[in-house]
Design a protein around this ligand. Structure first.
Ligand code: PLP
Length: 469
């Protein structure tokens, strides 16, 4: 399997070459040259597999430069009942006739990002050991990504994490989750500023190529192909749980921000998984809903990017979206390059209205949006009718799923976080505290390991240099 850049660069790369990289050299994103098709016999065989072995089967279609026995061992080490809480790993619950919740948030940090990040931690450790190299991961987080990365990389040989976050701006639970880690290879940097300052610091440090090379700076952001392909697995696992035969079709509703989660659904559908529709849900930051309704992709400025009660979907542009557009344009790298690096850069938007009917009819995409009032109403309704507490992001997904669902359609709503991570809104909706898994009891009182730094890239560089010995 070889990988191409969405922007038409002539080079072809193998999986382990792109594993530790971010963007392609031309600024594009990597995608496989073609999507492997899964035939009916294979699908039937996969139905019976435990999650880790299903992961191995799917990943081995995309990874041919890790020996099969090693890859199987990595999958089995990653997807265990001990780490993810259940034997199913991504258990499905029926809510009402035709509507299911698929739990993707039972991993170490209680958000779906663990599904991919836990595997990435093991892949990084494996590949770095094989090369005899080290990697220093530098990131910026406002919550879920940073904690998922830290819990995936803690204690891993050859990897250090330097995670910047805006001081005092994450939820109390999120701060406690990250700052209570005592592992020597995990460094929390609380920056005196906002999330944009953290991102600017990461850009400035990564933009200093001499520093980047000397200190082997890397990232784990959502455009990483390994993260995306790991997410493909749970669409198969959800489909098998929701159906009793491979003749049935299922739709998935996905709370979306950077388009990473739902892009994995697109890949699963391209592989031949019988997915009817992919229902994309946004919050008030509706860049993607606007695109799927009108064909206009219009990146938002910081004034038009809202802080909402489903904060992990508060985006101004969707970093993985380019992958889908590449397929929508018939994989025309030159045209894609023009849209993203010229038209978008010059005008802040582009229009593909002529392609929107195909996004729906050929690729199954429909969309909707949800507001704070919708979230409160959906959380309340789900509690009152089903005695189930859902988190704010999942509520966005469920609201749009209900709106879009057609009679007889099986709709699986992806649960992307547990409610305890966003307790304030749960209290507002229900007047009660969300349940807290026992292992997080008293986490706010644990000793903290965090360094406060001004919003200044040179001080972050000094910190990294001092902790890379
Ligand atoms: C990251 C995240 C999302 C958005 O996922 P994308 O892959 O960025 O579309 C939704 N919900 C939660 C809880 C998240 O952490």
């Amino acid at each position: 399997m070889l990988y191409v850049s969405t922007r038409g660069h002539p080079d072809r790369r193998r999986f382990c070459e792109i594993l530790l990289e971010g963007l392609a050299p031309d600024g594009g994103l990597y995608l496989p040259e073609s999507y492997p098709r899964v035939d009916a016999a294979t699908l039937a065989k996969w139905r019976a597999l435990p999650y880790a072995d299903l992961a191995f089967e799917i990943l081995s279609l995309y990874i041919d430069d890790i020996p099969a026995d090693d890859l199987r061992a990595l999958c089995r080490k990653t997807y265990t009942e001990q780490v993810f809480g259940t034997r199913e790993i991504v258990p499905l619950r029926k809510l009402e006739q035709g509507v299911f919740l698929q739990g993707l948030s039972n991993g170490p940090t209680l958000a779906f990002k663990d599904m991919a990040m836990q595997l990435l931690g093991n892949l990084f450790e494996y590949e770095l050991a094989r090369r005899g190299e080290e990697l220093n991961i530098l990131g910026a987080t406002s919550g879920d990504t940073g904690s998922a990365a830290e819990y995936a990389m803690r204690g891993k040989k050859g990897v250090r994490v330097f995670m910047t976050s805006p001081q005092g701006r994450m939820s109390a639970f999120q701060q406690a989750q990250m700052f209570s880690l005592q592992d020597a290879n995990i460094h929390n940097l609380a920056i005196e500023g906002v999330f944009d300052d953290c991102q600017d610091i990461v850009k400035a440090v990564s933009g200093d190529l001499a520093f980047k090379r000397k200190y082997r700076i890397g990232t784990v952001n959502s455009i990483n192909w390994a993260r995306l392909v790991a997410q493909v697995v749970y669409y198969f696992a959800g489909y098998f749980q929701a159906t009793s035969s491979n003749a049935e079709r299922v739709s998935f509703a996905v709370p979306s921000g950077n388009f990473g989660n739902i892009c994995a659904g697109h890949v699963a559908r391209m592989m031949g998984l019988p997915i009817a529709r992919l229902v994309l849900a946004t919050n008030e930051n509706d860049v993607l809903d606007e695109f799927f309704r009108t064909g206009t992709y219009r990146v938002r400025g910081s004034q038009d990017t809202y802080e909402t009660s489903s904060p992990s979907m508060d985006i101004s542009k969707a970093s993985n979206f380019e992958r889908f557009v590449f397929d929508l344009l018939g994989r025309d790298g030159a045209k894609l390059r023009y849209l993203f690096s010229e038209e978008l850069a010059a005008k802040g938007q582009f229009n593909l209205a002529g392609h929107i009917a195909r996004a729906r009819d050929q690729y199954g995409f429909v969309s909707g949006r949800s507001t704070h009032a919708d979230r409160l109403a959906t959380i309340r309704d789900t509690w009152e009718r089903f005695h189930t507490v859902i988190d704010t992001h999942t509520a966005d997904g469920l609201k749009v799923a209900r709106e879009q669902r057609e009679p007889g359609e099986t709709m699986v709503v992806l649960e992307t976080a547990l409610p305890i991570k966003f307790a304030e809104t749960i209290r507002e909706a229900l007047g009660r505290e969300p349940d807290r898994p026992a292992r997080f009891a008293g986490i706010e009182q644990l000793p903290r390991r965090v360094t406060v730094l001004p919003a200044d890239a040179s001080q972050v560089k000094q910190f990294i240099a001092a902790h890379c010995a």
